[in-house]
Every structure is written in structure tokens, then in C-alpha cells.
Ligand binder design. Structure first.
Ligand SMILES: C[S@@+](CC[C@H](N)C(=O)[O-])C[C@H]1O[C@@H](n2cnc3c(N)ncnc32)[C@H](O)[C@@H]1O
Length: 199
């Protein structure tokens, strides 16, 4: 396990722009989504899966970086899928984004496809069968692909607890992990556990 602490605010002196000036980042895009997409360093040819896309803010940020790549985003709430689709009509029309109403557990998704799978603020492992969820993520990842579990916590103590629990869970199911965190805005500690499947 490797750990890094990133405290670079995109707006802080010397940090440099986290995103291109012409990128259509909406005012309602939260720090957590921008940090998530920055952390994943999405490449133009990535095949990305987002679980629990909500209103689709991260979908917009990811799709803006894709050329030959594609993002599939799922959410089990029909209202969220409608909002996310409206927000990303340009990316959906261009074939860069597909947004579906589905629960992760039963979604029809291709095996060994995704170079990056991520979720932001989704209770993926704590409400259902974590072993089954993690095995499914592993089966969907392309060789060398990465899993990113992002969270947002009110205090550093909550963040540390969440990072530790998620890291240990992934490691116990055959992933190598790294962790990172960042402070953004007021009282926001963002966390990420990145997992790479051990061959
Ligand atoms: C707290 S919201 C976060 C939304 C978005 N990721 C964000 O950061 O704003 C969690 C979302 O995940 C969805 N969700 C939760 N569990 C899910 C699952 N197992 N499969 C698909 N979507 C799920 C919920 O419907 C909800 O829209």
C-alpha cells in the first residue's frame, strides 16, 4: 500500500490550472467531482465506468477528455439518469457517453473492458455483499485497469477511517492499493482508494 497526501487546491497560488480554461465545467460541479477526474488522469482513449453517476457532473468532465475512449455511467435512480442525460446530451450524441438506469449488481456490462472504474460518494460496499461487488468490479476491469473509490468526509478523522476501511477491504479481495486525500473548500476532506487487481 502506498499513500500520498495531496493538498493542492486548483485555485491556490502556484498550483496551476487543473483543467483547460475552455473546459465546460459547470458552476454546480462540486470539488469532489473535479478532484476525482483530476486524480484519475483520464486519457483520451480510456474506457471508463462510473457507478452511481447522480446528476452526471463527473460524466461531463470525463467525456470532455475522451477522443476514442468512452464512458458508461450507471445509476439505479431513474431521476438521476434523466438529469445526467440532459446534462450530457452533447457527449451522448457524439457517442462518448452512455448513461443507463441500472444497479451495479445487475447491470449488463462487458467483462475485461474498463481501464478505469470509479464511484464518488456511493455506498457500494457497505449495504450489500462487498465480496460480490468487488469480484464483479475485478471482472469488468481490463488487464492493468484501475478501480477508484472516492469519498467526501467532514473531518480528517472520518477521512482516515474511511480510507483505512476501504483499503483493507480491497486488499483482502486481491487488490494492491494506494490512497490519497485532499482538502477542498470548507470542511471537505476528499478521499480516494485506488485499486489494481493483483494478477
Ligand atoms: C450520494 S449520490 C452521489 C452521486 C454522484 N456520484 C456525486 O458525487 O454527486 C449516490 C448515487 O449512487 C446511486 N447508487 C447507489 N448505489 C448504487 C448501485 N448499487 N448501482 C447504481 N447506482 C447506485 C444512487 O442512486 C445515487 O444517485
Amino acid at each position: 500500500m502506498r499513500s500520498t497526501l495531496s493538498d493542492r487546491d486548483p485555485g491556490s497560488p502556484g498550483a496551476g490550472p487543473a483543467f483547460a480554461a475552455d473546459e465546460p465545467v459547470r458552476a454546480t460541479t462540486a470539488h469532489r467531482q473535479r478532484w476525482a477526474v483530476e486524480t484519475m488522469a483520464v486519457a483520451p482513449d480510456d474506457q471508463v465506468l462510473e457507478i452511481g453517476c447522480g446528476r452526471g457532473a463527473a460524466v461531463s468532465l470525463v467525456a470532455s477528455r475522451l477522443t476514442t475512449g468512452r464512458i458508461v455511467a450507471i445509476d439505479r435512480a431513474a431521476t438521476m439518469v434523466r438529469l445526467a442525460t440532459q446534462r450530457n446530451l452533447n457527449h451522448v450524441s457524439a457517442g462518448r457517453a452512455e448513461i443507463r438506469c441500472a444497479g451495479f449488481e445487475s447491470a449488463d456490462l462487458p467483462a475485461n473492458r474498463f481501464t478505469k472504474i470509479f464511484a464518488v460518494n456511493v455506498s457500494l460496499f457497505w449495504l450489500g455483499d462487498a465480496a460480490q461487488q468487488i469480484a464483479r468490479m475485478r471482472s469488468l476491469l481490463a488487464p492493468g485497469g484501475r478501480l477508484y473509490v472516492f469519498g467526501e468526509r467532514p473531518t480528517a478523522a472520518h477521512a482516515t477511517a474511511n480510507l483505512t476501511t476501504t483499503r483493507l477491504l480491497l486488499e483482502s479481495h486481491g487488490f494492491d492499493t494506494t490512497t490519497s486525500s485532499a482538502t477542498r473548500g470548507q470542511r471537505q476532506v476528499l478521499t480516494c482508494v485506488t485499486g489494481t487487481a493483483v494478477e
